[in-house]
Design a binder for this molecule. Structure first.
Ligand code: CP3
Length: 341
């Protein structure tokens, strides 16, 4: 049983350092594309045997130290009554967007057992099929990130609609955030009950907020989630994309592990927050395009900084890009293992 990932989450030094990559299952893998060629993305997410198959692909192909459930952060929003589709080249679409009290009334809480049974079944299959080879990570989106998809109706550059509501109708915004928070707590608890051995909360968009707004409109909800899961007995990871300016606030969320994107040096995080932190990250995904010797230098630098923290899980600073050759991704895993053994 390879439990280096769980050990590192608890702040133990491991040799080698555990490695997994955000979006380690996905379009860069021909094996994924083969399965995806016959099914649309949402069908993949909702068919436990297929979701389990693509979850395990990177374990076999790359030799990473953790599996992450194949699903999407937007799945619970659909279960809450939002319309969800993925359109080629446009990314996720949530229609109609939630912009008013009336729109909000159409949303409801969920019972994960009856509303997203396929997620829990995927986890149960995975625990069986992995047979303890590597731990399984469950996940959710963070409330601010999920609210941004609900309110914007998809991906956005300006965040105009969510900010309009945050500033102009803070009570409505808080109602939406409360509901998402409640759903996320029961969703993650259900994943843990089904067998998830760690959970990661993805906050892809909270980094657009200045500190004062993050403190009021995003952090309290994540704190609530982390507190609600504190007795569940599994490590909690909180990843904020582009959150360098929020570092100390992110720490207050109370997760065991802090995920860093590639902009924030691990050394800087240690300097600001103390060497007691456990960090996950944070190679620039584009570094995979470098020739091997330069890639090796970049990985060595990150491992070196990781040694300053109490614990380190090697990862990318964001997801694997679809354009990266799978051999390079495997090479990065091998190098990280070799340099930390
Ligand atoms: O990491 C993994 O391997 C596990 C699976 C996973 C996916 N999405 C699969 C996926 C996880 C953990 C996510 C999280 C997710 N989804 C986030 C947070 C992480 C981040 O990237 O910041 C966000 C913001 C989403 C929303 C989402 N889903 C977008 C914006 C897109 C479209 C972008 C794209 O690459 O097409 C998706 C689709 C998606 N989610 C794909 C995969 C493998 C691509 C689907 C396909 O066409 O096959």
């Amino acid at each position: 049983m390879n439990d280096n990932f769980l050990k590192a989450c608890r702040g133990e030094k491991t040799s080698p350092v555990p490695v997994w990559f955000m979006r380690q299952a996905g379009r860069y893998l021909p094996e994924y594309q083969k399965v995806r060629g016959n099914h649309d993305f949402l069908t993949l997410c909702k068919t436990p045997e297929l979701a389990a198959e693509v979850t395990i692909q990177p374990i076999d192909i790359l030799g990473v130290d953790a599996a992450i459930l194949f699903s999407d952060i937007l799945i619970p929003l659909e279960a809450m009554g939002a319309g969800l589709s993925f359109e080629e080249g446009r990314g996720p679409v949530l229609e109609p967007p939630v912009r008013s009290r009336d729109d909000f009334r159409k949303l409801h809480s969920i019972d994960p057992v009856s509303d997203v049974p396929f997620v829990l079944e995927t986890i149960r299959i995975l625990r069986k099929e992995l047979e303890g080879r590597v731990p399984l990570i469950g996940f959710s989106g963070a409330p601010f990130t999920l609210a941004s998809y609900l309110i914007e109706g998809g991906t956005t550059k300006s965040f105009l609609n969510i900010k309009k509501m945050m500033y102009g109708a803070p009570d409505l915004f808080a109602s939406i955030m409360d509901l998402i928070t409640e759903v996320t707590i029961s969703y993650l608890n259900a994943q843990i009950e089904a067998g998830a051995q760690a959970v990661q909360v993805f906050d892809t968009w909270a980094g657009i907020l200045p500190r004062a707004e993050y403190s009021v409109h995003a952090l309290p909800y994540v704190k609530r989630i982390m507190q609600a899961l504190s007795d569940a007995g599994v490590p909690r990871i909180y990843f904020v994309y582009d959150g360098g300016h929020l570092m100390d606030l992110i720490k207050q969320a109370g997760s065991e592990v802090m995920g860093l994107d590639w902009r924030t040096d691990i050394s800087m995080a240690v300097r600001h927050l103390g060497s007691d932190i456990v960090v996950q990250g944070n190679l620039d995904p584009c570094a995979m395009f470098l020739p091997e010797d330069r890639l090796r230098e970049k990985i060595a630098a990150i491992l070196e900084m990781g040694r300053e923290a109490r614990g380190h899980i090697f990862n990318l600073g964001h997801g694997v890009l679809p354009e990266i050759p799978p051999e390079k991704v495997k090479l990065a895993v091998d190098i990280a293992h070799e340099l930390s053994s």
